[in-house]
Design a binder for this molecule. Structure first.
Ligand code: HEC
Ligand code: HEC
Length: 336
């Protein structure tokens, strides 16, 4: 008898909890706030799981805010456990980019944002269904009405994402303090900066301007048409000269966005720098590698260390703590 009563009580409390969550989840009573705008809507959408087929993933599941909006795995997990074919890049500092994706197949953030939603390896939800889901949500239909004075459309979804992503600029790193004459960088970081811009290391040939990218496509030797068979920009242009070329990624926050490259093949900055120092040692049969990388650079161990110290000055203060904890994790792995 007692057991029966307590069972009923348990069922009752479960129902109560479910009901409360239900009300909160549907937000039936949402009334838009004063400061709702395209960017705040875009941020909400960026974290919204109903934009994936089985409501399991949002953009933030792969572009993890704590890791400078990149993923910590070489390939990310899309709906149904499918792996993405490329490494998930950071979506910080996208504002001034002329191309998006490793192969540059999209030319605007508005257009780009719709692609992961319907991509079968990512969120797998046809855009028409995404529009229906958002229009059927009292919360989103109220927000789109207030902000765009429209029902939800593919265009205003794209516009909201772009507005949010345009706010994700990072200009508050140790390097920026140095550039603005607020603080000095350490002796090792300064030596690393000199290495970075030197003829010897050539990093600055491709990674320049405020976000450390030439916004161009280059082949650094990670395509051999065998085990490394992603031909990159070639897939879009079908021109032989583009075989194995990928978008030069910006280097801001690079210390917190491991693993690296379009295929996530390097786990640490040390591995990246060792690779550049002698690409052929790691990929002897690369096709169409950039002329500037055909000879080993001949960096000394000290130059490599300094170069990495410099790269770490590019981490925004928001993510600096993350970097320290990653360093600790790495140290504990190395010392095991
Ligand atoms: C399942 C993981 C996953 C999800 C979910 C995801 N992305 Fe991505 N994202 C990726 C991968 C992988 C790439 C690189 C793909 C390529 O270049 O072919 C990428 C690339 C991008 C880029 C281009 C970055 C650059 O440097 O050119 C942007 C912008 C972006 N995603 C935004 C979004 C938005 C907005 C959403 C949500 C609507 C989203 N992503 C959802 C994995 C994901
Ligand atoms: C010829 C142009 C070029 C030169 C020179 C160059 N890079 Fe790159 N860098 C690229 C391209 C293109 C990629 C992406 C390649 C890929 O994924 O296949 C890249 C990727 C990277 C990445 C990984 C970024 C990420 O988000 O995964 C780092 C770190 C990096 N480069 C640092 C350097 C450093 C340090 C140097 C100098 C030693 C250097 N690069 C020289 C073009 C260049």
């Amino acid at each position: 008898m007692i057991n029966f009563t307590s069972m009923r009580l348990t069922i009752f409390s479960i129902l109560l909890v479910v009901a409360c969550f239900g009300i909160a989840g549907f937000s039936t009573f949402y009334s838009p706030r004063e400061n709702d705008n395209p960017a705040t809507l875009g941020e909400k959408l960026f974290n919204e799981k109903i934009l994936s087929l089985d409501s399991s993933l949002s953009c933030a599941s792969c572009h993890k805010p704590a890791f400078a909006f990149a993923d910590t795995m070489a390939f990310s997990i899309g709906i149904g456990g499918k792996l993405t074919k490329r490494n998930t890049p950071s979506v910080l500092n996208m504002k001034n980019r002329p191309y998006y994706f490793w192969d540059g197949r999209s030319a605007s953030l508005k257009e780009q944002a719709l692609m992961p939603i319907s991509h079968p390896d990512e969120m797998g939800l046809p855009i028409q269904d995404a529009i229906i889901r958002l229009n059927n949500s009292p919360l989103y239909s109220a927000l789109f009405k207030k902000i765009y004075n429209q029902t939800v459309t593919a265009q205003n979804i794209g516009a909201a994402f772009a507005a949010y992503e345009n706010t994700l600029e990072t200009i508050d790193s140790k390097f920026d303090d140095w550039g603005n004459n607020i603080k000095k960088i350490s002796a090792s970081e300064e030596r690393g900066r000199q290495v970075f811009i030197s003829e010897k290391a050539k990093c600055f040939d491709c990674h320049f301007r405020e976000d450390f990218t030439n916004d161009d496509f280059k082949n650094i030797g990670l395509f051999n048409a065998k085990d490394l068979n992603d031909s990159g920009r070639f897939l879009i242009t079908k021109q032989k000269k583009d075989l194995g070329k990928f978008k030069t990624p910006g280097l801001r926050n690079i210390a917190v966005t491991a693993p690296y490259m379009h295929n996530g093949m390097f786990a640490t900055l040390e591995e990246v720098v060792d690779y550049y120092n002698n690409p052929k040692k790691i990929v002897p049969d690369a096709i169409n590698i950039d002329p500037s990388l055909q000879q080993p650079l001949g960096l000394t161990e000290k130059e490599k260390k300094d170069l990495i110290a410099f790269l770490k000055t590019l981490t925004d203060k928001k993510f600096a703590k993350r970097e320290a904890s990653m360093r600790n994790q790495l140290t504990s792995i190395i010392h095991k």
